[in-house]
Design a protein around this ligand. Structure first.
Ligand code: 6AU
Length: 272
């Protein structure tokens, strides 16, 4: 059964990447499968949201490119909030999609210096394996370590997208899965952005955007499913929720609701 679920406690022992392990530990400690997409446009909104939803999440997804007043100090504060509330940071805006040599610089250089504050990043697989190699080199060089098992970042491959009419085919997804499952990347690639479970390898995590309790979609092609549907029916591990939380009147209350729904669905799916 493709959606047969292995408990997180078991998977924790198998995951080779430090960040992937840490994430699953947090999920188990806090009983949450929720990642909040903090798509707000100022640093103060970002920090405020992170502080409000922090207790309920395992991961905060940032879009650093859309901050109008980006400054490095705010990221230091964000890191402090991540420590305070025990969550990891996933920077997604550099949804890396270029050749290895370019993404290596985008990851470790520029104004954002993502390598210094993000735990998790993601990339498109369109350019081929070189994109993973480039990002991996940047991650290893940042820590000045050459041993692969000392990588302190985790990479997610975009195997599927939530937007209507996207050009990803089943074949493209299969190739992305094969890359993630490759022995060479097992210390660095921790899973996928996908609409559900695409690999039965228990060390790889699946994170799914396009999740909302209330809405069915937006007017720019986003399509939503409920937390229960993506966890129980599609077999995903982590739900990524943006507007359903940060646009609600009380983001902390909404985050708690999504947290509870995600964990209930996870427990239910263990008995499926
Ligand atoms: O809940 P929303 O629709 O407000 O936000 C969904 C979040 C946004 C998107 O940039 C992101 O999820 N997203 C992504 C990823 C991983 O960034 C991929 C995708 O296929 N669909 C999607 O919505 O921050």
């Amino acid at each position: 059964n493709h959606t047969k679920r292995i408990p997180f406690e078991k998977r924790l022992e198998l995951i080779p990447n430090k960040v992937g392990k840490r994430l699953v530990q947090i999920m188990l400690q806090k009983k949450t499968c929720l990642c909040v997409a903090a798509d707000v446009t100022t640093c103060s909104q970002l920090l405020q949201l992170a502080d409000h939803v922090g207790p309920f999440i395992c991961l905060l997804k940032t879009h650093v490119d859309i901050l109008t007043d980006f400054d490095k100090q705010s990221l230091v504060q964000l890191k402090a909030l991540a420590d305070k509330h025990n969550f990891l940071i996933f920077e997604v805006d550099r949804k890396f999609a270029d050749i290895g040599n370019t993404v290596k610089q985008q990851f470790s250089g520029g104004v954002y210096n993502i390598v210094s504050w993000a735990d998790i990043i993601n990339c498109h697989t369109l350019p081929g394996p070189g994109i993973i190699d480039g990002l991996k080199e940047a991650a290893i060089e940042y820590h000045g370590k050459k041993k692969e098992n000392e990588i302190y970042h985790g990479l997610l491959l975009l195997a599927e997208m939530s937007s209507e009419g996207n050009l990803i085919t089943p074949d493209y997804t299969r190739h992305s899965v094969a890359l993630a499952e490759h022995e060479k990347y097992k210390e660095f690639v921790i899973g996928f952005i996908s609409m559900g479970k695409v690999s039965s390898n228990p060390t790889l995590l699946h994170m799914t955007p396009g999740v909302s309790i209330q809405n069915k979609g937006d007017n720019l092609g986003q399509q939503y499913l409920t937390p229960e549907h993506v966890i129980c029916e599609k077999g995903t591990d982590v739900i990524i929720v943006g507007r359903g939380i940060y646009q609600s009147k009380d983001p902390a209350k909404s985050a708690k609701e999504y947290q509870d729904k995600s964990w209930e669905a996870y427990l239910k799916s263990l008995n499926n």
